[in-house]
Design a protein around this ligand. Structure first.
Ligand code: UDP
Length: 314
């Protein structure tokens, strides 16, 4: 049955793809975004869609869009460069903002899915990361504004479930990429793709032996929709277990773009996790989900988008 669904952070990379998927299922969607890192361009194709509306609002301030059946809480700066720039805002959206969204879910008896993150595992000492691992997080370092906000949000979501019986879900999202990833957000995929297409040097931070596991956006959204309909309340990892060093990632980008950019090395940011890879056994079993798109395929699917970012007029 069609639902009225609230998506916070709807103008962001993931929020906008989620909005598209929910509309495609016949639902109506109210998006909320203060556009601090999201972009109206991500929703421009919905300008004449009667089942969608965007409220330009900060979820840290009280808001009430009327009764909703489900809330997807995706509002937050998410790239290390963005949350370093917007430190206090990131802490607030992941605390006051999450609580405001949870109170709405409680008021309207709506389901709730919170976008959490592999950053909850910090610089992990358990590999691959299982949901039962409590993590290795620096609570006062430069990444703490993001990591601790997301960890507080998880605690809040569990509390609103336990104390107020809200039907909550928590997805721990691993590095995700695809069209609409901000071209200038400083993340590795956007940096490498833009650098390769501009035939500028690819900037590897540190020795490039640190690893990440990259999930294509359509796989992630599929997993999230499945989790939203499941009876599971504990956190579930959604990510692609294919693990790449940043050197390998650079080589994949060079192969896909056909670029002959050189590779240069720059200092490693503080507290940059040495490795990251999801254990997805829980998602496989509970949601019958697993990713389908390899890094090579996903980069190919993203190529036209990044080309358009490089030449916005053409
Ligand atoms: N990175 C890099 N070059 C860049 C941007 C990032 O080598 O131009 C590295 C970064 O140090 C980290 C990894 O790529 O080890 C992933 O960084 P990203 O900012 O994409 O997200 P993170 O997984 O750290 O949140």
């Amino acid at each position: 049955m069609a639902q009225r669904i609230l998506v916070t952070g709807a103008a962001g990379f993931l929020g906008s793809h989620l909005t598209d998927a929910l509309l495609a299922q016949g639902n109506s969607v109210i998006g909320i975004d203060n556009l601090s890192t999201g972009s109206p361009a991500n929703l421009a194709h919905l300008a004449t869609e009667p089942r969608f509306e965007l409220l330009e609002q900060d979820i840290c301030k009280a808001f009430d869009p009327g009764p909703v059946d489900f809330i997807f809480n995706f509002a937050s700066p998410a790239s290390p460069v963005d949350y370093a720039r917007l430190g206090p805002e990131t802490l607030l959206v992941g605390s006051a903002g999450t609580v405001n969204a949870l109170n709405l879910a409680r008021k309207y008896n709506a389901g709730f899915l919170h976008a959490s993150t592999s950053e909850c595992y910090g610089d992990p000492q358990v590999h691959p990361q299982v949901e039962t691992y409590w993590g290795h997080v620096n609570p006062i370092g430069p990444r703490s504004v993001y990591d601790e906000a997301k960890r507080f949000s998880e605690a809040a979501v569990m509390a609103w479930h336990r104390y107020y019986s809200v039907n909550t879900h928590v997805v721990r999202i691993f590095n995700t990429y695809g069209p609409r990833l901000q071209a200038n957000d400083g993340r590795v995929i956007s940096n490498f793709m833009m650098q390769a297409l501009a035939v500028e040097p690819l900037t590897i931070y540190g020795d490039g032996k640190q690893t990440r596991s990259f999930c294509y956006v359509s796989d992630l959204i599929d997993g999230i929709l499945r989790l939203s309909k499941s009876p599971e309340h504990g956190p579930v990892n959604i990510g692609n277990p294919g693990e790449f060093t940043m050197i390998e990632c650079a080589q994949e980008v060079l192969a896909v773009t056909g670029s002959n950019s050189e590779i240069i090395f720059k200092p490693l940011p503080q507290d940059d996790p040495a490795r990251r890879r999801p254990d997805i056994a829980k998602a496989r079993e509970l949601l019958q989900w697993e990713p389908k798109v390899s890094l090579r395929e996903g980069l190919e699917k993203s190529l036209d988008y990044f080309k358009a970012c490089l030449h916005p007029q053409g």
